[in-house]
Design a protein around this ligand. Structure first.
Ligand SMILES: *Cc1c(COP(=O)(O)O)cnc(C)c1O
Length: 397
């Protein structure tokens, strides 16, 4: 049984703050600051460029890739880290279209994170071969999978509402019609158990700064089905995906398997942070995390329903139809969220009216949930949000 009182001690959390935004940016795990400092002082500082070999820097995208892989059910050697998620989406999509050359449709849904859709649009223009991005409503995706679909590209958990797709059923249907499948696990990895191996996708991508707590801009991950990895032509054919980067050949030859999804120089200070952040998961069962997340979410939803009639639930009511976040709607959602943040309850806002709260059992407990509802009730009942300073929109909401 995972000891959640113990996992909470593994994070630096500011006094007086209830942090309900770990679905967007996880807090700092203890030891990150020391490890990053140590890398600067001893590896970069003393070994200088020799650290690429001596400190094992060059191997880190694969070594830590395997550790992230364990959290998503990926076998050794099938995950590599680097770049940001947006670029990994592009790589997976470009490879999929090339592997299914007779078809023209990319199928996704209107609940997907816009960056994934923007990358599809950009790729379609670059290819200029008549591809089309088709968007179904999330509940209509299954019915929209037909023999025109080259690739089904879905994010498992909706970033606004927390609605969770039945990826297994959708993947099975896509396979039946001969489509490839990409899962975006941005809001899944570290939120609950994922299994990319059994009836899984051809590609899976995600980031490490949300539920994996590796810090702003930390490296993204990409999984490629090992049966397919040798056939993938990398669209971003950078030197570190070459089979022999230090031969400096003038022509690109893809590296073995997953190595070909590497692009350029990895951001080592972020890898140092990720290395420590991944240690948090030792001794943690993702099934326990899921069970606890549901308990806390149910508590949150029922307390808000009882005490805060001004907001409505934006997330599905059924626990198995949600990821690990709970969202509510309020016409003045932005101001309400700013008022919450001013009182130390940190979530975020997504246009037009969504208050988003991440439920992260590694460092959030019942007291935090009740404390957050206490403040929300006070803010709503006494209209404390109705002040000009809470209504001026910042760039990041
Ligand atoms: C968070 C998120 C992103 C962000 O991509 P970055 O390249 O890391 O900025 C992209 N897609 C989805 C589905 C996300 O949830």
């Amino acid at each position: 049984m995972t000891d959640f009182a113990q996992t909470k001690t593994l994070f630096e959390l500011p006094e007086g703050v209830i942090y309900l935004d770990g679905n967007s940016l996880g807090p700092v795990p203890k030891g990150v600051e020391a490890r990053v400092g140590e890398m600067i002082a001893n590896e970069w500082g003393k070994l200088l460029i020799t650290a690429w070999n001596k400190a094992g820097w060059m191997a880190m995208p694969r070594v830590l890739g395997d550790r992230v892989g364990r959290l998503i059910g990926a076998p050794e050697g099938s995950v590599v880290l680097g770049d940001t998620l947006t670029l990994k989406v592009y790589q997976a999509l470009a490879a999929s279209l090339e592997l299914n050359p007779e078809r023209r449709v990319i199928l996704s849904d209107s609940g997907n994170f816009p960056s994934d859709l923007y990358m599809a649009e950009g790729l379609i223009k670059t290819l200029d071969r008549g591809h089309e991005l088709k968007l179904a409503a999330p509940e209509d995706v299954l019915a929209a999978i037909d023999e025109d679909v080259a690739v089904l590209m879905l994010t498992e958990v909706d970033y606004r509402t927390g609605r969770r797709h039945d990826l297994t059923a959708l993947t099975a249907r896509a396979r039946e019609v001969g489509a490839l499948v990409i899962w975006d696990l941005a809001h899944s990895a570290g939120g609950f158990a994922v299994d990319v191996s059994t009836n899984g996708p051809d590609f899976a991508v995600g980031c490490t700064y949300k539920y994996l707590n590796a810090g702003p801009g930390s490296p993204a991950f990409i999984y490629v089905d090992p049966a397919l990895a040798g056939d993938v032509r990398p669209a971003l054919s950078g030197w570190l995906g070459h089979r022999a980067p230090f031969d400096f050949e003038l022509t690109y030859h893809a590296g073995d398997g997953i190595d070909r999804m590497r692009v350029g120089t990895p951001a080592m200070l972020q890898f140092a942070a990720l290395e420590v952040a991944l240690e948090v998961w030792e001794g943690v069962s993702l099934d326990d995390v899921r069970a606890r997340s549901i308990e806390l979410s149910e508590l949150f939803i029922s307390e808000v329903a009882r005490r805060c009639p001004e907001v409505t639930l934006a997330s599905p009511r059924a626990a198995d139809a949600r990821g690990s976040q709970v969202s509510f709607r309020h016409p003045e959602g932005y101001a309400v969220m700013q008022a919450l943040i001013a009182r130390g309850v940190i979530g975020d806002f997504r246009t037009p009216d969504i208050l988003r709260f991440g439920v992260t059992p590694l460092y959030i407990g019942e007291d935090d949930i009740i404390g957050a509802v206490d403040v929300l009730e006070d803010i709503l009942t006494n209209r404390l949000w109705d002040r000009p300073e809470f209504k001026t929109r910042a760039f990041v909401t």
